[in-house]
Design a protein around this ligand. Structure first.
Ligand code: ATP
Ligand code: MG
Length: 335
């Protein structure tokens, strides 16, 4: 296992006049054994960053270190990493066992050792009974576990995952998420996991990097990112429904954006006057969509609270210790 260090990582595609920079100086120190999630919207540079760590993409500036080695000029095969992709790309004509064993055979690992490693991985992933099956006779979730098994048997220093769960349906995704957590507890291998799904990020990460247009906006634990978002981008990207961001709150200050999460607004007999526009019942909770001076405000309430009438005016009070402030020009948090 190994630490990973990203030092002012820059990536440009193309050259000369047509060059475009897509990663703008990312810095991160990742400890040995940490599980890091890289999260952000489509096109923000998550895969590019991961592929530079893997060696599948050249680094345009800065240094990637795995352990104590600078790996910028090392081939992927020499970096001691294993990657799991969204498209698991198993060999269809090979059994599960052979799919997992293939890389080790190529690397001329002795047969007994291969069997030991594949059996161990199959046990961890609960694929023991399926080793003779062909991938086409398995479910998507099982195939994804085979793809993870293929990475595990390599016993790499680092696991790199690029949206490995996005081909699975919601239920299977939740289940596989738990399996990945368990896998990490058992093996403790340093992992970088890319996703655009903030729920996946919040539930899997020990620390998460929130990316926006090639810039790392925040790097912290899920609690830090949720409770103290570094910018309006992070505040609105992490959390569902997103944080309310208001330019015109009655107690707001000019030049500042006031942020308040939907669960931190309490309906009361006084406070902000809100016009109710829509209501959604989500089982245990109810979302009230309202407007305050033409700005959208969402309130998350308990299902037991009476639902306000659509078109009516209600009043809500933000919890004082849960109010965030951001600079209206830069979007940065003001502590
Ligand atoms: N080979 C390439 N040549 C030019 N631009 C590229 C190339 N590959 C990626 N890009 C651009 O780099 C940016 C980052 O792409 P990247 O694939 O890293 O995004 P991503 O965050 O992984 O998105 P997604 O969630 O859609 O997978 C995008 O604007 C993309 O268009
Ligand atoms: Mg991607």
């Amino acid at each position: 296992m190994a630490s990973i260090s990203l030092k002012n990582i820059i990536k440009c595609y193309g050259s000369g006049k047509s060059a475009t920079q897509v990663i703008h100086g990312v810095n991160a120190e990742i400890a040995d054994g940490e599980f890091i999630v890289i999260v952000g919207p489509s096109g923000c540079g998550k895969s590019t960053l991961l592929r530079m760590v893997a060696g599948l993409e050249e680094v345009s500036g800065g240094e990637v270190c795995i352990g104590s080695r600078v790996v910028n000029d090392l081939e992927p095969a020499d970096r001691d990493i294993a990657m799991v992709f969204q498209n698991y790309a198993l060999y269809p004509h090979m059994s599960v066992f052979d799919n997992m064993a293939y890389g080790l055979k190529i690397a001329k690992v002795p047969k007994d050792e291969i069997k030991t490693r594949v059996d161990k991985a199959a046990k961890i992933l609960e694929l023991g009974g399926l080793l003779e099956r062909k991938p086409r006779d398995m479910s998507g979730g099982q195939r994804q576990r085979v793809a993870m098994g293929r990475a595990i048997v390599r016993q790499p220093q680092v696991f790199l995952f690029d949206e490995p769960l996005s081909n699975l349906d919601a239920k299977l995704r939740a289940q596989t998420r738990l399996e990945i957590q368990k896998l990490h507890r058992e093996l403790g291998i340093t992992s970088l996991f890319v996703t655009h799904d903030q729920v996946e990020a919040m539930t899997l990460a020990q620390r998460m990097m929130v990316m926006n247009a090639g810039v790392m906006e925040q790097f912290g634990t899920p609690e830090e990112v949720y409770n103290r978002p570094a910018s309006t981008f992070v505040a609105s990207f992490i959390g569902s429904p997103p944080m309310n961001l208001l330019k015109s709150a009655p107690d707001g200050k000019s030049g500042l954006i006031l942020g308040i999460r939907p669960e931190h607004l309490d309906i009361s007999t006084s406070g902000w006057p809100l016009k109710v526009e829509a209501i959604e019942l989500l089982g245990a909770e109810r979302l009230v969509y309202a407007t305050l001076n033409d700005e959208r405000v969402i309130i998350r309430c308990d299902e037991h609270q009476p639902a306000p009438a659509i078109g009516s005016t209600i009043y809500a009070i933000p919890r004082a210790d849960k109010v965030h402030h951001f600079d209206a020009t830069t979007g940065k948090r003001i502590s």
